[in-house]
Design a protein around this ligand. Sequence first.
Ligand code: BTN
Length: 238
Amino acid sequence: MKEIFLDEVDSTNLYGKNFLNDLPDKTVIFAKRQTSGRGRLARSWVDLGGENLFLSFILKPADVFNEKFSNLTQYLSVILCEILESYGLDPQIKWPNDVLINGKKIAGILCETVMQGAVFNGLVLGIGVNLNSSLSDLETIDKPATSLNVEVGRQINLDIFKERLISAFFKDYDTFLDKGFEFIKSKYISHASFLDKEICVQTINKKNKGIAKALTEHGELILDSKGKILVLTIGEIL
Ligand code: BTN
């Protein structure tokens, strides 16, 4: 496993996408500062200062795209929850892959597929975790946000956290690729704060209100919208 350390970059995901062809499978790109972090649904990811985590995995699991790759973000959210639990916290997952503590977002995960024409080249799986952020910086985020240092009341060692995350990710990575979402489904559900609740899900061009009933074996969200059952593949719970 190769690790690349950058002092400053626009985005570790963008760097990974640009250099994907030159980098081996399982490369980890890590930056101290990100000037233009990318978020889901064309949003940005704000750099809350040094000692927060910005990291991307370069993954080349196969020559052709497999639907299981779409669940890698959910796999990573479960890995992160397990690490946060070891700090005595009760992390929750907001479908599909936001990780929250007491309703406040502590991490964001973004997976980007790299294609050359119709050919699948690989994936860049990025994660940002607020490890050491000040309350005043967290208040500048447009949605409720928190940071591990705030939750546990002490400074977090970035290097130790980073290495724990990387090794936990690769420990079961091959098994996950083989089995897919089924492999993590029960753990994912144990952290799923949205199930059996009335929610509103923003999909590409629509807001869908309903009760979150369950997850499919592929990690999709089953929503009961006034008796009409919707199976949502992408979107965001508002
Ligand atoms: C989201 O919640 O919208 C996803 C945010 C993902 C942020 C991480 S930080 C490291 C990696 N590089 C990026 O530009 N984005 C991801």
